[in-house]
Unconditional design. Structure first.
Length: 406
């Protein structure tokens, strides 16, 4: 079986959870003996790279800019080259992931022309929204229905009244849509998309194994011995709860000594706002910025930390950090929004909080600091949960079942 993976940006050149998930899936399928190739975009020159038997076609394209809600439907810069590749490769299966920032949804129509089966993994709400879902109705009442007025407010002058109509048209070429969480499946169905099934993201647990001496070395390197360590990271931004983290940190630092907030990731322009707000709150001295950390080094950070925070203030469908932290036997204090409550079980593997309630978030973190046995048990429970529900092996097995079934 030959499988083609379509993804706007591919790890490691592309950042973000979807890029990493697409890479893990492609490599996992390759390791199981399938012929796999990837089509993705780049800001550099067109090229074909082959590593570990995985062929990756990088196609140069420019940013969509002001016309992104038109070009996401049909990117004239790239669709011709995508068709040339699929015509030459003749895949049995095409499995698309994110298509809204580079490859464009027209690629689904091309895929159906050359492959017998086409699948799409929805990693977010962008099939139906113009950005992150953070409407008043959702944040206050968990209302999953989207309204045209909300879309117009979100898109502003860039609003394209034909965008969602044409996306739904191109989705007719898809045999099955995979949602990465139950709540995302519910969102898609609540807004009229059918043919949706749940397949959770998974990770390779072996990648998160670490020796005690490695943890000690990491703590010594950053002067973290005898410190209480909170970690917040990923794609740093205000929607990911950065300001909420700082508000909780202020409360915690007033009640506990030797508190350090570890921050790792890329935030483009957000880092300046984050540090400025930290200075206003008087907690900038409690923050250690590690910058953009290679993914294979993330286990050092998780394992050295006492508590992992995932406080997104929008519909965040999954959050790989949740399961990666749990794989490192760490308790998670996570958001009540999106898919985190499906992953982090409140009172079993961590705590679920409303991230707008900084006092409650701080309270739960302090509880874990004060009760090390409970924190340890939450961590062990988390590891067992990942083993049962969120392994890469399980994700690949379920995906292959659909490849072969339909």
């Amino acid at each position: 079986m030959k499988i083609g993976i379509l993804q706007d940006n591919f790890f490691p050149e592309g950042k973000g959870g979807a890029a990493l998930v697409a890479q893990n899936l492609a490599l996992g399928l390759k390791e199981r003996g399938y012929d796999v190739f990837v089509v993705t975009s780049t800001k550099k020159n067109d090229r074909l790279e082959e590593k570990d038997g995985l062929r990756t076609y990088y196609l140069k394209t420019k940013d969509f800019g002001f016309f992104k809600y038109y070009l996401c439907l049909y990117n004239h810069q790239i669709v011709g080259r995508v068709e040339e590749i699929l015509k030459r490769e003749k895949p049995d299966i095409v499995h698309a992931h994110n298509l809204n920032t580079a490859l464009s949804y027209y690629c689904l129509k091309i895929a159906k022309k050359y492959a017998s089966k086409v699948f799409l993994t929805a990693h977010d709400t962008m099939l139906l929204t113009y950005g992150k879902l953070a409407t008043k109705g959702y944040l206050e009442n968990f209302d999953l229905k989207i309204k045209i007025i909300d879309q117009i407010k979100q898109a502003g002058k860039q609003y394209n009244p034909w965008r969602n109509v044409l996306i739904r048209y191109y989705l007719k070429n898809v045999n099955k849509i995979f949602a990465i969480s139950k709540v995302l499946k519910n969102f898609l169905e609540a807004n009229g998309l059918k043919n949706v099934e749940l397949i959770y993201n998974g990770i390779n647990l072996q990648e998160f194994e670490i020796k005690d001496e490695e943890i000690i070395d990491f703590k010594k390197k950053y002067n973290l011995i005898n410190k209480k360590i909170i970690f917040w990271g990923g794609r740093l931004s205000q929607p990911k709860g950065g300001h909420q983290v700082l508000s909780a940190l202020k409360i915690i630092s007033q009640k506990k000594d030797n508190i350090v907030l570890l921050v790792a990731g890329v935030g483009e322009f957000y880092e300046e706002f984050f540090l400025s707000f930290a200075k206003q709150l008087g907690v900038d001295k409690n923050i250690l910025f590690l910058g953009n950390v290679d993914h294979e080094k993330m286990k050092d950070i998780y394992s050295a930390s006492d508590v992992i925070l995932y406080p997104s203030i929008y519909f965040d469908p999954f959050g790989l950090i949740n399961i990666e932290a749990m794989a490192c036997k760490k308790p998670v204090v996570g958001t009540c929004y999106g898919g985190t409550p499906e992953i982090v079980l409140d009172g079993e593997t961590g705590y679920i909080v409303n991230p707008f309630d900084a006092s409650l978030m701080a309270q739960k973190i302090i509880e874990l600091f004060n009760n090390e046995e409970q924190a340890k048990q939450f961590g062990l429970n988390g590891l067992e949960r990942v083993k049962k529900v969120f392994t890469l092996e399980l994700q690949i097995r379920k995906t292959l079942d659909y490849y072969k079934l339909l």
